[in-house]
Write a protein that binds this ligand. Sequence first.
Ligand SMILES: [Zn+2]
Length: 223
Amino acid sequence: MCLGRSSSCAVGTTAISFEAVLLFAHAGIALGAAAVMNGLIGSRLDTRRHNQAESVKPHARHRAVEEWMVSLGQRADLSLLLLGAILSDLTDKPMGRIFYGTFGCRLFCHSLLFLLLVVVAGLLLYYRRHRNWLLVIAFGVLMHLVLDGMWADTKTLFWPALGLSFTTVRYDYWYEEVLHKLTTSPDVYLPELAGLLIIVWLAWLLVRHGKVWDFVKHGRILD
Ligand SMILES: [Zn+2]
């Protein structure tokens, strides 16, 4: 979620162009990507998918994308997916404000090392306890790093291999900068709109299927 003018972002003397992705884009696009992946490969992992989806909504067989989302909601805790999608910013932004005096930063939770730790812990939990919730969070973290375009900030991405310091950008008016980008930059407001649409669509899906309470309690679209 780091925002910045490319001219003001720097690691040492190297200019960094920050990807400007905010809350709804991170959460909604991660959710949409998970639904598509579930639709494309999920059926190979769980042959019961079609039966489950049809039991929730018989005519959903004609709505592939909706079916994918319902199926995803049956196999994964979507609230944890949404949490994973914004987890890196939820942790790094306050830490950046405390330790570096700025929200314009990406710290440990934007590194591959953090992602790797979550994935390994998630795999251990899955194979020992058959629980997938940590892998669901790991997918959200992965999508966060992708949407932040972390490949442009290799110092943070490969931390600590390229040094112990992190990329930081100081803003005199951080909130004003965010608001300005959100209202004037298509690179910011278009992904936000896309993410918001996906989240609104999920909400509409829950209402139509009468699964709002299941989602609130379990983060799932239960059968
Ligand atoms: Zn971020």
